[in-house]
Design a protein around this ligand. Structure first.
Ligand SMILES: [Fe+2]
Length: 270
């Protein structure tokens, strides 16, 4: 597919950091830090992101569930209305689709959590899930980028959303290992199928939005800052399978980049 030099540069800057996030998850599966307890911990944390995550420019920063839900209830009187405040039904349908998709991601991980917990251990309650420091930092930086740079900041946050689906792709690789690993693999495969085309589409779609050279440069800075914070966020989510030294080496470029799938992006755009 044909992409601009600007977009190509942005993708090339992101690829090693996507690979870094993948390495966190891949390392965790066979890491000595992994126990039944750390599995419940990361599943709960992932549920908190899928249930309450914020920072991608959703309605009033209310999170991926309450954001679209609140927006839908506010726009309801204006859907296809014959007034100046009219909101098209297509837009409402997109919000409903987002709500349904994200809730099904929450369910996929919550189901694994509840299936692998010890008998008598409490079921997952998304209202009691705690966030963790590294995720709070990532969210705060996204909110700041969105507030300071408006549409460009939101675009950077959307570009880094899901980190090229690395968690889901690395999770899928557990297929065939049995037990909890097979349940994790199936949940990840489900979410991956939902997200991957959508995500590629979002990245490749940048070229049609008329960003200038300077805007692309600034977006690149925001994207790199966010992707680095994503690696810290993921490493903490998974109980620190990578050392600080290894993360620093990744930031310094000592890693095989995760190749952007241009072929599938083209299919997603078609
Ligand atoms: Fe999701």
């Amino acid at each position: 597919m044909r992409i601009s030099a600007n977009l190509n540069r942005l993708i090339e800057a992101a690829e090693p950091l996507w690979a870094g996030e993948a390495e966190v998850v891949r390392t965790y599966w066979d890491s000595p830090v992994r126990t039944g307890e750390t599995d419940l911990l990361w599943l709960g944390r992932q549920c908190s992101k899928e249930f309450n995550g914020t920072g991608i420019g959703e309605f009033k920063n209310l999170g991926i569930f309450l954001g679209p839900l609140t927006e839908l209830s506010e726009i309801f009187p204006n859907i296809d209305a014959g007034t100046d405040a009219r909101v098209g039904r297509q837009y409402a349908a997109e919000l409903i689709g987002m709500l349904k998709d994200e809730f099904s991601h929450y369910m996929a991980f919550a189901d694994v959590h509840d299936a692998i917990r010890e008998a008598g251990a409490p079921a997952l309650d998304p209202h009691t899930l705690a966030t963790w420091d590294e995720d709070v930092t990532l969210t705060a930086v996204r909110h700041r980028h969105n507030a300071e740079h408006g549409a460009l900041g939101v675009r950077a946050s959307r570009f880094t959303e899901g980190g090229y689906c690395t968690l889901f792709r690395e999770g899928m690789r557990l297929t065939g290992r049995g037990g909890a690993d097979d349940l994790i693999a199936a949940a990840c495969a489900k979410v991956y199928d939902d997200e991957f085309g959508h995500m590629l589409d979002g990245i490749a779609g940048l070229d049609d939005e008329g960003w200038s050279d300077d805007e692309f440069r600034l977006m690149g800075e925001l994207v790199i800052a966010q992707l680095r914070l994503r690696i810290h966020m993921r490493n903490a989510e998974f109980s620190f399978p990578l050392t600080e030294t290894r993360i620093q080496a990744i930031f310094d470029g000592d890693i095989e980049p995760e190749q952007f799938d241009f072929e599938r992006a083209e299919e997603a755009l078609a």
